[in-house]
Design a protein around this ligand. Structure first.
Ligand code: B16
Ligand code: MG
Length: 213
C-alpha cells in the first residue's frame, strides 16, 4: 500500500523550469551555441553539469574543464539572480494543496531535487516544513535518471520503494522513479513524459485521493 509521496521540485512545485530554461538560453546565446526548445526539454531534471554537456553537443568548438566549470557557474549566477527574488507567489498553482493532501491523508512527503539550489528555494517558497525528508544533488553521487535520489528519499522516510509514489515533470525523473521501483506520476505533456503511469496536466490536478488504494 501507498505510504509516501516523493515530489520533484523544479517544474512540479516551483515555477523554475522557465527560469532554468532562460538562464541556459542566455548562456548559449552569449557563447554562440545553438539553442532551441528541444534542447531545453532535454535539460529538465538533468543536473547542472549534465545539462551543460547536453548544451555543448551543439557547440562548434571544444571546451577545457576549467572553461566548462566557468560556464556552469555563470549559468548558476543568472539563475540565482532570479530565484533570490522568489517568494510564495512562485509556487506553481495548487502545489501547496497537493502536498498537504498527502499529509492530511496520513502519509509521508519527501522532496527529490537535482538542484543544488533546492534548500534556498524551499525557504523562499515557504514550504520547507511540508516535507518529512529532503534529498537534493548535494547529498547524492549519481544524477537522475539513476534511481539513487528517489531510493535515498524512500530510505529517509523509512519506507520501501514499493510504498512510494514519485511525481515528476521530466523524462529523466520518470526514468529515475521507475528504476527505483516506484510508480510515476508525470506532470506535463504526454510527448515528453510517455513513460509515466499516470499523466496530469499540472500539479493542481494532483490529489492523493486519486491514488489511495
Ligand atoms: P541547479 P529538479 C533540476 O531540478 C532542474 O529540473 C534542472 O533543469 C536543473 O538543471 C537541475 O535541477 C540542477 O539545478 O543548477 O540549481 O543545481 O527538477 O530535479 O527539482
Ligand atoms: Mg523537475
Amino acid at each position: 500500500t501507498l505510504k509516501g509521496v516523493i515530489f520533484d521540485l523544479d517544474g512540479v512545485i516551483a515555477d523554475t523550469a522557465v527560469v532554468h530554461h532562460a538562464a541556459w538560453k542566455k548562456l548559449a546565446s552569449e557563447a554562440g551555441i545553438p539553442f532551441d526548445d528541444s534542447v531545453g526539454e532535454r535539460l529538465k531534471g538533468v543536473d547542472r553539469r549534465g545539462s551543460l554537456d547536453i548544451l555543448l553537443e551543439k557547440s562548434a568548438r571544444t571546451y577545457s574543464e576549467a572553461e566548462k566549470e566557468a560556464l556552469a557557474t555563470r549559468k548558476n549566477t543568472y539563475y540565482r539572480e532570479q530565484i533570490e527574488r522568489f517568494g510564495p507567489q512562485n509556487l506553481l498553482p495548487g502545489a501547496r494543496k497537493a502536498i498537504e493532501s498527502v499529509r492530511h491523508a496520513g502519509m509521508k512527503t519527501a522532496l527529490a531535487s537535482a538542484s543544488r539550489n533546492a534548500s534556498l528555494l524551499l525557504e523562499r517558497l515557504g514550504i520547507a516544513d511540508l516535507f518529512d525528508y529532503v534529498v537534493d544533488a548535494n547529498h547524492i553521487g549519481r544524477a537522475k535518471p539513476d534511481p539513487e535520489i528517489f531510493l535515498a528519499a524512500a530510505r529517509g522516510l523509512g519506507l520501501a520503494p514499493s510504498e512510494c509514489l514519485g511525481v515528476e515533470d521530466a523524462a529523466a525523473g520518470i526514468a529515475s522513479i521507475h528504476s527505483a521501483g516506484m510508480k510515476a506520476v508525470g506532470i506535463g505533456h504526454a510527448q515528453a513524459l510517455a513513460g509515466a503511469d499516470v499523466l496530469l496536466p499540472n500539479v493542481a490536478a494532483f490529489d492523493i485521493s486519486l491514488f489511495k488504494t
